[in-house]
Design a binder for this molecule. Structure first.
Ligand SMILES: *[C@@H]1O[C@H](CO)[C@@H](O)[C@H](O)[C@H]1NC(C)=O
Ligand SMILES: *[C@@H]1O[C@H](CO)[C@@H](O)[C@H](O)[C@H]1NC(C)=O
Ligand SMILES: *[C@@H]1O[C@H](CO)[C@@H](O)[C@H](O)[C@H]1NC(C)=O
Length: 446
């Protein structure tokens, strides 16, 4: 009986997996992507995206901010930080609030213009899933799945509306010049952070296996809401930790192994989530370098956490935080080769070049590139890769393998500054007390 159920479940999965993919035979050479868009904030970046004139636009999550964020408060009735914290900083909003936020987002004029001219596809991250950093435990996931799919104009009879999670795959282009886009769902099945459990869950893993082992495509883009290659947490801890595949090391290894085993060439990742743009590569995971191009966000940006005269502090900290995977170049807008202002991702494929050439850039609000890479497709072929073990090990060692003084230098700097400020404050208080005592004594004598 159990066997039969398993067989039926397997057949169902195949049916769903094969049906949840989409194909279009037009040659695809311009793709844009982005993430983290606050529906209530101005979104001038659509002008630059429309000017780029993508044929396909990919949402990588936080397409709206659906949850409610309380301000940081140390004191008062609702305390959101400190050991005395008594309420969570993020809470889910009601269904009608989610719906009205999606309506605002969908009707932003620049975005409406994009929808009229490009095919828009996408996945979600935590804030449009419904709650900051949430995973499989989040109860509103099925109703919110419907809201996302409505936002993306998913047909009513689409199998994507019946599966558990919003993962999907798309194939564009004529035979021999195909681009496959695989969008992952990193929320619906995700185990708690720091459980080192699963991100994708069993059904999505078996679907992904079939997608990667299936018919070949010249280029395969895997979209993940959270970063796949960069493991910033290894360098920002214990100050703070970011979400990423790096937080689930076993799951990440499984992903790399699947890519190797599938013998699929031309794979790279795109991601969002972190509120800055960055390009990373990992040379020793597969038979060829695995790139991860992160664009975040369309409105949300790390520099905005400080007033504009203090942006240089954010830029300095971005430069100071070590990274072993980041692709550095002289053409970056800033020395760190990260970009903490609003941005989007732009992919251009030159099909006439031999080998086919990919130009991938993160672009700012004026449409100009702030960091980018030119990749010849021959670089993404295991059989022809020039990156063989031992030759170029620049992007081969994990962040956690850095010497501790380098790895933790951000935390060391921050704690040192805090300690210095504390000492200075104590010194100041002592000085004031001393001066007062001298004055008092003088008064008495007089
Ligand atoms: C979105 O923008 C509005 C208006 O500027 C602001 O009040 C709100 O705090 C922003 N939300 C987030 C999550 O940044
Ligand atoms: C990423 O960093 C976290 C935090 O330091 C660590 O626990 C994890 O093992 C790292 N993952 C990888 C793949 O290095
Ligand atoms: C193999 O790679 C080299 C350089 O990376 C490139 O010049 C060459 O054209 C590639 N061969 C094929 C058949 O793609």
């Amino acid at each position: 009986m159990e066997r039969l159920v398993a067989v039926i479940a397997g057949v169902m999965q195949v049916l769903i997996a094969s049906a949840a993919s989409y194909s279009d035979h037009h040659l695809l050479s311009r793709i844009a992507f982005g993430s983290c868009a606050n529906q209530s904030a101005p979104q001038p970046i659509w002008d630059a995206i429309n000017k780029f004139d993508p044929q396909v636009f990919i949402w990588l999550g936080d397409n709206i901010y659906g949850d409610i964020r309380r301000p940081f408060k140390i004191l008062g009735k609702e305390r959101t930080i400190g050991p005395w914290k008594n309420v969570p900083r993020f809470v889910p909003s009601s269904h009608s609030q989610m719906l009205s936020r999606y309506n605002i987002a969908k009707n932003i004029p620049g975005y409406s213009r994009l929808r009229a001219n490009a095919k828009v596809i996408g996945t979600w991250d935590d804030h449009d899933y419904g709650l900051n950093d949430a995973g499989k435990e989040f109860p509103a996931k099925t109703t919110n799945q419907r809201l996302l799919l409505d936002f993306l104009d998913e047909p009513q009879d689409s199998p994507r509306r019946k599966q558990a999670g919003v993962y999907a795959s798309y194939t564009f282009g004529p035979p021999g010049k195909q681009v496959k886009i695989i969008l992952l769902d990193t929320r619906y099945h995700r185990d708690p952070l720091s459980s080192d459990g699963t991100i994708l869950g069993a059904s999505q893993w078996s679907w992904l296996g079939k997608e990667l082992r299936g018919p070949p495509s010249t280029i395969t883009i895997i979209g993940s809401s959270v970063q796949v290659i960069s493991n910033l947490s290894a360098a920002t801890g214990p100050l703070f930790y970011m979400e990423s595949w790096g937080r689930f090391p076993r799951e990440r290894d499984r992903l790399f192994k699947l890519i190797i085993d599938s013998k699929r060439d031309g794979v790279f990742f795109i991601s969002g989530d972190v509120h800055f743009g960055e390009i990373t590569r990992y040379d020793c995971a597969a038979g060829y370098p695995l790139y991860d191009i992160t664009s975040s966000g369309l409105t949300q940006a790390v520099e905005k956490v400080l007033p504009s005269p203090l942006y240089f502090i954010v830029r300095f900290l971005a430069w100071f935080t070590p990274s072993t995977m980041r692709v550095m170049s002289r053409n970056c807008r800033y020395r760190s080769c990260t970009y903490g202002e609003p941005n989007f991702g732009a992919i251009e494929i030159d099909w006439d070049a031999f080998p086919v050439n990919l130009k991938i850039q993160v672009r700012g609000i004026n449409g100009l590139p702030v960091t980018g890479v030119d990749i010849s497709l021959s670089e993404l072929q295991a059989w022809n890769s020039t990156i063989k073990a031992g030759q170029d090990r620049r992007h081969c060692s994990l962040e956690v393998m850095l010497p501790w003084i380098v790895r933790y230098r951000l935390a060391i700097l921050v704690y040192s500054v805090l300690a210095f400020l504390l000492l200075a404050l104590m010194g100041l208080i002592c000085a004031v007390i001393l001066v007062c005592r001298v004055c008092l004594r003088k008064c008495k004598i007089d």
